[in-house]
Design a protein around this ligand. Structure first.
Ligand code: DX5
Ligand code: ZN
Length: 224
């Protein structure tokens, strides 16, 4: 079933525990944690202390999106801190097959991410060894950006490849998802929809989460 995955990048860090609890109580099963190094993307976010603190007090799965130049060094460190799934960018991995196996060997789900300028075709050789593919629907680095509609074409292509090859990786989308496009995103075949500002940037994160999840699931039950 399609899931909304709130991104804490848009949360109020002074009230992080409360923010996470509010979406957890509304039914969130996963939280998206954006790790940025100021090199691969022009912004910084958080390090392992945040992952460790959330791990200690929350029950949700922690989905880590590494927007960093050196995922080989840091993926194991974030897994040890409590990451359940770790995605790495195709654009920085020189030995992608090895990196994905390494993440799985450390006990986490392994995901590969593609930027808006990167085509699905480059993933042909790794689709059989990933647990999920993350399609960026904005350029990574900032929250609150506008959704790039072409990303849905990539989602449809992944859905087709997955069924043709009998695979079962999940498809995640990240950036610019909200009330106005959630139905279209759901119908394209996305399994996990990351939502930052459309959840934590609102007056009531728990209500915003419920509404998005309801709309996403509703869009799939309507036969068109
Ligand atoms: C952007 C991050 C996203 C971000 C999404 O580089 O990878 O996860 O939190 O934020 P919204 O949903 O506001 O576009
Ligand atoms: Zn992200």
């Amino acid at each position: 079933m399609i899931q909304i995955v709130p991104s804490i990048f848009a949360a109020d860090f002074m009230r992080l525990g409360e923010e996470i609890r509010s979406v957890e109580q509304a039914g969130a099963q996963m939280i998206h944690v954006d790790i940025m190094d100021g090199h691969f993307v022009p912004n910084f976010t958080m390090g392992t202390p945040i992952t460790e603190s959330i791990r200690r007090s929350a029950h949700v799965k922690l989905d880590h999106h590494l927007m960093i130049d050196d995922p080989d060094t840091y993926a194991p460190i974030f897994i040890k801190a409590g990451a359940d799934s770790v995605s790495v960018h195709y654009e920085v991995c020189r030995n992608l097959d090895r990196t994905l196996h390494m993440i799985r060997d450390h006990g986490a789900l392994a995901g590969v991410v593609i930027n808006p300028a990167t085509p699905v075709a480059v993933l042909t050789e790794v689709l059989g060894i990933v647990d999920y593919v993350l399609v960026m629907s904005v350029n990574p680095g900032y929250g609150g950006q506008k959704f790039i509609p072409r990303s849905l074409g990539k989602v449809r292509e992944l859905v087709r490849l997955r069924s043709e090859r009998g695979l079962n990786f999940a498809i995640e989308i990240d950036g610019g998802a909200g009330r106005e496009n959630i139905a279209e995103i759901a119908r394209a075949g996305v399994d996990w929809v990351v939502a930052g500002s459309s959840v934590f940037g609102t007056r009531d994160a728990s209500e915003a989460f419920r509404e998005l999840q309801h709309s996403a699931r509703g869009a799939l039950s309507i036969k068109v």
